[in-house]
Ligand binder design. Structure first.
Ligand code: PMV
Length: 353
């Protein structure tokens, strides 16, 4: 008996130009382009196995060993339906192809990073789910094409179809066909770039990105300014900085964009607060660390960025990392400043403290 099964994995990504706002909530089309960095190929990944079998009763999904309901009109169901539709095209073109599109699927997904890292796993999760089904169905689809499907699972998931530096194009077509992810540079292009994740809290965030974005789109004037007058130039500038491995520009744009994203959250009615006192103190430490370097004729040494939560991600050249960790531990010696202390994920290996 033939077993129809495939396994694929996908990395976590952290945006440096933030996606915040949907212009189409069903297709998940963003209000602006965004750009992320996937620093680690091995240690921050979701791995997903999919199996199609005519004896299965219906489609089912397990996340880290726990079964999750697949809602009929939900995003997981949308991704599965879209991939089955593409499989059907393969079957229509080749009468010998097994009719996998008619079989129910069982999908099991695991994250190899601790939940305590406080990272959203929906990006790597949906990217791995889409990749494993695409492999199972032997679809002749490029990562960019698959990004169009994983985008409908979770917007930021489309950027996890690639490693390295990845842009998600805002696009203009109402069907979403041009709102795909593209590689700006592979990870090997800038091997010196490392990331430190400071776990300030692993509590579930108060306002989900879905409801937060909707509220921001409906109420924030600053978001409209950001979409029209800020992000397009930043996308061009940070892409250039990445191409030229220009850390000074990369750091300035990354920190400015994180600040503006949190300003937009504050400009929402009612306001959304994702940063807490520890997050703000880490910003001050990084600002002061850079200020001292610049005052002594040096360049930027580190860049912070925060998603929809209080945990800091600090990007820096590898040579500065030891000093940064010492600084952070110096300023936040008490254990509970970082729940479970903090996790450090480097470019090529992971260390826990
Ligand atoms: O894809 P979502 O719905 O999890 O939204 C992600 C939003 C941010 O993480 C705040 C920014 C981004 O571009 O990843």
């Amino acid at each position: 008996m033939t077993v129809y099964q495939a396994t694929a994995s996908a990395p976590v990504n952290i945006a440096v130009i933030k996606y915040w706002g949907k212009r189409d909530t069903k297709l998940i089309l963003p209000t602006n382009s965004s750009l992320s960095v996937t620093l680690d190929q091995d240690h921050l990944r979701s791995t997903t196995t999919s199996r199609a079998d005519p004896s299965f009763d219906h489609d089912r999904l397990w996340l880290n060993g726990k079964e999750e309901e697949i809602k009929g009109d939900g995003r997981t169901a949308t991704c599965i339906a879209e991939l089955k539709r593409l499989r059907k095209e393969v079957e229509d073109a080749d009468s010998n192809a097994p009719k996998l599109s008619t079989f129910p699927v069982h999908i099991a997904s695991y994250n190899n990073f601790p939940t305590a890292a406080g990272l959203a796993s929906s990006a790597s999760g949906f990217a791995a789910l889409v990749s494993s089904l695409a492999q199972l169905y032997e679809l002749p689809a490029s990562p960019s094409t698959l990004s169009l499907i994983s985008r409908q699972g979770s917007g930021s998931a489309c950027r996890s179809l690639y490693g390295g530096y990845v842009a998600w194009n805002v696009g203009t077509d109402p069907s979403g066909v041009d709102s795909n992810a593209v590689e700006v540079a592979p990870r090997e292009h800038w091997p010196d770039m490392h990331a430190l994740i400071c776990v300030v809290s692993d509590d579930k965030k108060g306002t989900s990105s879905t409801s937060g974005m909707q509220r921001t789109v409906e109420t924030s004037a600053l978001l409209q300014h950001r979409i029209k007058h800020v992000v397009p130039q930043r996308m061009a500038d940070i892409s250039k900085a990445i191409q030229e491995r220009d850390f000074d520009s990369f750091a300035q744009i990354t920190m400015a964009d994180s600040n503006q994203f949190h300003a937009v959250a504050l400009d929402t009615a009612p306001p959304i607060f994702y940063l807490n006192d520890v997050s703000r103190s880490i910003i001050q430490v990084v600002v002061e660390y850079n200020r001292l370097s610049l005052a002594n004729g040096g360049g930027y040494k580190a860049a912070y960025t925060y998603d929809a939560g209080p945990n800091a991600v600090i990007y820096a050249p590898e040579k500065n990392m030891k000093e940064i960790i010492q600084l952070i531990l110096n300023y936040f010696p008490q254990k509970d400043a970082f729940k479970d202390t903090f996790a450090l994920f480097k470019n090529d290996k992971a260390e826990g403290k």
